[in-house]
Design a protein around this ligand. Structure first.
Ligand code: SF4
Ligand code: SF4
Length: 130
């Protein structure tokens, strides 16, 4: 399960993810992190069965947590199977099937947004944004 964790750094630069790993014993895979002097946002991947425990500990440490269930949406009526998204995606989310039609493995996505920017036909979007 993927979680988006947002936390303030104004109170200090505590390694919040490392603290949760230590306190819960859950191994956390950090897939993406954007951190500046005032705030941080991390996309983490954890086992489904540990979600409640990790969310509770993160909340206790002052972080806001959002479950990322649906990530990238493909509008097949716009897609022309050009393959531009295949070459730009760092996670190998996209591939062609045997008929050279685009297919996706959303679970690999880390929400970097590159495919959305590069698609010449605006066929890709964050789910819910249209
Ligand atoms: S870049 Fe856009 S049009 Fe091209 S294959 Fe990907 S989704 Fe389809
Ligand atoms: S958002 Fe990034 S990781 Fe996700 S499918 Fe697009 S390019 Fe790949």
């Amino acid at each position: 399960m993927k979680l988006v964790v947002t936390f303030s750094r104004k109170a200090g630069k505590k390694p919040i993810i490392a603290q949760v790993v230590r306190d819960t014993g859950v191994l956390i895979n950090v897939e993406r992190a954007l951190i500046d002097s005032s705030e941080g946002e991390a996309l983490i991947d954890i086992p489904d069965e540990s979600c409640a425990l990790v969310k509770e500990r993160l909340a206790n440490l002052g972080a806001a947590v959002r479950v990322l269930e649906d990530i990238i949406s493909l509008d097949e009526s716009r897609c022309v199977d050009c393959g531009a998204c295949i070459s730009i995606c760092p996670q190998e989310v996209f591939s062609f099937d045997d008929d050279w039609r685009l297919r996706m493995d959303e679970k690999k996505c880390v929400l970097c947004g590159r495919c959305i920017e590069i698609c010449p036909h605006r066929a890709l979007s964050h789910k819910g944004e249209g």
